[in-house]
Design a protein around this ligand. Structure first.
Ligand code: CA
Length: 500
């Protein structure tokens, strides 16, 4: 299984390489390659260690706090790992190995395993040192100034009448010239920070905190106080992979860089530092749905983002669909969120109402008539108006608990079922809330996309109960909210007055 995970990653890398080759070939075929600046960066920070120690066929499991799956569950997907049937992530061990020679992985802002990338720049008509290697320290924010300088244009001071913030990067075009191969870097300072784990680069030196917990625990472990982090010091000019910690030998340099971190962090609105991972993730942001407990929709409406959909997580809810079935019967999706890797759907299959809850592709629970249902001989809904209700009572308090769902049609019981678990944090990451059809992937295999509803949805109503997160969970969230407000205050006091 482990070998398979790495083979799929290798295949993905080869595939990406091939497809980017096609893009470059297309530019070449147009005869424009010599005057096209191509900047290629491989990776999204370091290799990700967010796929659990064994790896997972569905990354949504890890995002919902399931950090270990039975081996048999992984083996079920041996053949289709990497196909459209999986949303896979290789094991932490591979991710860590692929970041060699750096110490850590993606999500670790303090160490180059989390931030350092290979980059290639090509501009055949303009760069004379083909194949040359450059080692000047630069940051991703230097890409835009490089493009602007290469294109010979200035960044606009205003866009649509709105004054723009200054661009904080510096151009890298000086490195294009062979004569500047060993020139000093034009970037002398750069801070890094994520969940209060932090680093600061300055003139060949790098000071950083030691990650207090490994990134693959995904915020499930308590982190120390911000000021209690251990610090390390490296002379990057001689030690590019942060191997030789000089913190004990050169405390003065360390103090100088620690002070510089604070100056830079204040300047770029990093303060106050906040290492609460999960509360930060689930803290409500201003939104059209915040605090709303009743939602009504009518007609077809696909592609509503998860954040604007009614959230059925960790609470009681009732979904009521008032539909008209035309002569000849109806079928299709009434309402769905998510798909193959987690979500739910209420639909008519050959005219019969079905509710499916997909627990992260680990288990699917179905409420329906016919075999497996209470009403063994249920019929398709006849032409005319009908009311279908799915009512769920959550067994809280606390996140991810089970509950009892009851599906009725025109007041008549179709199916009732109690399930042991629900999805606690994140039901969909790249799928939407769809009414009247289903986009991206299907919640189960009993229908084919887009499964448009062939009747009419007169009215769809969601009624949500109060969240049943525990008092402790709520406290953490309230605390996070207060800190978020402090953060806003600190940020606005740091902004220049013309910017407010
Ligand atoms: Ca879908």
């Amino acid at each position: 299984m482990y070998a398979r995970e790495a083979e799929v990653f290798a295949a993905y890398a080869a595939y990406t390489d091939y497809e980017i080759g096609r893009v470059i070939r297309a530019v070449q075929d147009m005869g424009k390659l010599d005057n096209t600046l191509i900047i290629y960066i491989s990776g999204d920070n370091g290799t990700s260690a967010e796929g659990t120690l064994e790896g997972t066929p569905n990354q949504m499991t890890a995002y919902n706090g399931i950090l270990k799956l039975p081996e048999a569950e992984l083996m079920l997907h041996y053949e289709d790992w990497g196909s459209e049937k999986t949303y896979p992530h290789m094991s932490v061990a591979w991710s860590w190995a692929f970041d060699t020679p750096f110490k850590w992985t993606k999500q670790v802002a303090s160490h180059f395993g989390g931030t350092r990338q290979g980059m290639a720049i090509s501009w055949p008509g303009h760069i004379n040192d083909v194949g040359g290697i450059r080692t000047q320290f630069h940051h991703i924010i230097d890409i835009v100034p490089t493009i602007l300088e290469a294109a010979g244009i200035q960044a606009p001071a205003t866009v649509n009448g709105i004054a723009q913030k200054p661009i904080e990067g510096v151009s890298m075009t000086y490195t294009f010239d062979k004569a500047n191969a060993n020139a000093a870097s034009k970037r002398d300072t750069q801070y890094f920070e994520m969940f209060a784990n932090r680093g600061i680069y300055h003139d060949g030196w790098y000071a950083c905190t030691t990650p207090p917990v490994p990134p693959w625990l995904l915020g499930t472990e308590k982190l120390p106080e911000i000021n209690d982090y251990k610090w390390e010091l490296y002379n990057i000019a001689d030690d590019f992979s942060q191997n030789n910690d000089l913190a004990a030998k050169n405390p003065e340099k360390l103090r100088e860089l620690q002070a510089l971190f604070l100056t830079e962090a204040a300047k770029y609105q990093v303060l106050p530092l906040d290492n609460s991972v999960l509360p930060r993730l689930i803290t409500p942001r201003p939104s059209a749905t915040a605090g709303r407990t009743v939602f009504t929709f009518s007609g077809e409406n696909a592609g509503i983002p998860d954040g604007s959909a009614p959230s059925i997580l960790n609470k009681d809810y009732t979904i009521t669909a008032e539909v008209t079935v035309p002569p000849g019967g109806a079928e299709g999706m009434i309402v769905t969120l998510g798909g193959r890797f987690g979500g739910y759907a209420l639909y008519l299959l050959k005219g019969k109402p079905v509710f499916v809850y997909n627990l992260l592709d680990l288990e699917r629970y179905r409420w329906e008539g016919g075999v497996g249902g209470r009403d063994l001989f249920s019929d398709a809904l006849k032409p005319g108006k009908h009311t279908i209700v799915f009512d769920f009572k959550y067994n809280g308090p606390g996140p991810g608990k089970g509950g009892t769902g009851v599906l009725t049609a025109d007041g008549k019981l179709v199916a009732a079922k109690t399930i042991p678990h629900t999805i606690p944090f994140l039901m969909a990451i790249d799928e939407t809330f769809d009414i009247g059809s289903d986009t991206r992937t299907a919640v189960d295999d009993s229908y084919k996309l887009p499964f448009r509803f062939t009747g009419k949805i007169d009215k769809l109503t969601y009624k949500l109960g109060a969240t049943q997160m525990t008092e402790d969970d709520q406290k953490v969230i309230r605390h996070a909210l207060e800190r978020a407000r402090d953060c806003e205050k600190a940020e606005s006091s740091l902004r220049p007055s013309s910017d407010r």
